[in-house]
Design a protein around this ligand. Sequence first.
Ligand code: GDP
Length: 744
Amino acid sequence: MIITRLYASLQKLRPAWISPTKWHHPALYCTSVTTLPLERIRNIGISAHIDSGKTTLTERILFYTGRIDEMHEVRGKDGVGAVMDSMELERQRGITIQSAATFTMWKDHNINIIDTPGHVDFTVEVERALRVLDGAVLVLCAVGGVQSQTLTVNRQMRRYNVPCLAFINKLDRTGADPYRVLRQMRSKLLHNAAFIQLPIGLEKNVKGVIDLVQERALYFEDDLGMTIREDEIPKDMRIESDERRLELIEHLSNVDDVIGEMFLEEKTPSPSDLLSAISRCCNALSFTPVLVGTALKNKGVQLLLDAVLDYLPNPSQVPNYALRPNKQGGEDRVLLHHARDSSHPFVGLAFKLEAGKFGQLTYVRVYQGCLKKGEFIYNTRSKKKVKVSRLVQMHSNNMEDVDIVYAGDICAMFGIDCASGDTFTNTPKLEMFMESMYVPDPVIAMSIKPKHTKDIDSFSKAVNRFTREDPTYRVTWDTDNKETIASGMGELHLEIYAQRMEREYRCQVEMGKPKVAFRETLVAPIEFDYLHKKQSGGAGQYGRVIGVLEPLPDEDNTKVEFQDETAGTNIPKQFVPAVEKGFRGTCEKGMLTGHKVTGVRFRLQDGASHMVDSSEIAFILAAQGAMKQAFEDGIWRVLEPIMSVEITAPVEFQGVVTSHMNRRHGIITGTDANQGWFSLFCQVPLNDMFGYSSELRSSTQGKGEFSMEYSCYAPARSEVMGQLIDQFENSKGLPVASKKKSGR
Ligand code: GDP
């Protein structure tokens, strides 16, 4: 039996002379979109290793869902695809799919595709994008398989509990081996994964796929893959598909009670049993369904869209929490309500700012209540009140004005001044934040400057934008060395922004050697009593400060605290801020190694003042003197950033990889082994990680991969501390012998 069917039901009716865009004109369904129930909304991301075909796939999705009316191809590394001027292509693609959130419709469901930034280093931007989506499609290349960026993307998705489907793309490439990729997903990514589709033909012979759930074959007939022919499973693939279906059932039965029971009773689950089990387990992150296809050759994309509807969660299936500051100085988690009405106050997160040709756009995910055009909303961070004068939803390259959006929706506002990561509500007293206010301090710094002076303007524009979007990326001016310093959460983090300056702002930059952000801290409490007095001639200065400088607990070793415990008027209250200013000022540059002082609390307990000679400056200097005293009398040590490192390689390299990690002073926190591969988890000082990627490559014949991210600050080894002290002394031109007491 051969049934020919077109997948998009709307497109089935579409006469050939009407372009899909026109057919799907927003006006046709915009009135019903806002009233869609949550079950018919999916907020998804497409995550992938660079070059695995994310852009091509996104474009195909927009084509099949009717958002664009042509597909473009690029001649890439594979040497396939139509020849096209790459600049022109970039331009066209930029317009089509670079939107932070693209709204599209598939089978009466609204799918919002949220752009997960192309770089995969751990940045706040990536974190934010992942938080906004409810599910993701992990794209893998059928030839390249799991690569190091895939590991990072995977780890990020796990961290934010994002359920995902896997799509093994590029079946048409020479050397395509989806079976190997599945094995890697199990061994390297540790997914409980199984095929729900099998390829019919590989490389040049890709014809279609077998749907293991419904037990049927689907062929993509025309060049654009618009016509899908359904048929029986070809004879020569029946045994394989039975085996793979059984494998799917086994993998589900390990994590799902319903299928588990059927498996024990030797009952065969029906397609609908399997469908609901896959959806349940996918949402619970206990199972990853694996689909196959080739975006470039237009095969499998519509089925992937069907799978998004069938298996990825809708917004009501994902609990979302806001943070509310509590009296103890911490944050409580508050569960948000996803009803699509105004019964609860509006809460939304501005997850992306875009300065586009349409002006400043702020993308917002609505988590609770509704947001109306024309209403006033409050920024819970800046406490500013703003008017929502225009509300839109993005449809690839065009936008549609809307009057109201509800919990679960993604929209964009015009002309709102805010930073990305800000939370908005419509109730002034509602103190809620979708993101923690705590921003980690950068752990690494490099000097940075535009290569050509003509690019200074673009450079400052880029800096302005990136630092606004990502609070962990900072750019400062170093007055000592007269250079601009970029600091962030890792070498790659800084390099990515440098690349983006070049790519997005056409501004090439030069960067210096990376410098680790060491810190200095105190080992044990030390008392101080310091009098700053200058009373010989002219206006005098007089200020005395008494108290204790004490270390903070390890978990707060990146913070600096000031506590005023004075009673009475020995230090008049108006001078207390000056003491704090003096103290914080000296923390900027420690006296042991010249790095910042952190993990200390300055407890001001008493002091003295003079009727005439006390002044703000006198107390600033008194606090500085007290710090110097504490430095000379106290025991200090150096802290260094420690990274969480995850390495995966074939087991035969486990010995060498482990010994390299030991040599780099890594502390191994865990290992995992699966199907000939092992994963090693360690905590390693950032200072010891330089050059690791090439070492790993050469010691594992290029097969090993690793990812790394900031974990915490911990005391540096005494040799490291000694070196830093010596360097610092040398830089001051002092004899090294003048070293002071330290924890070494
Ligand atoms: P991204 O970096 O993940 O966004 O990847 P792109 O979509 O830009 O694709 C990278 C390269 O792979 C381009 O040259 C594409 O034409 C090519 N490509 C994408 N999908 C396929 C596919 O299914 N088969 C083949 N052979 N090439 C593909």
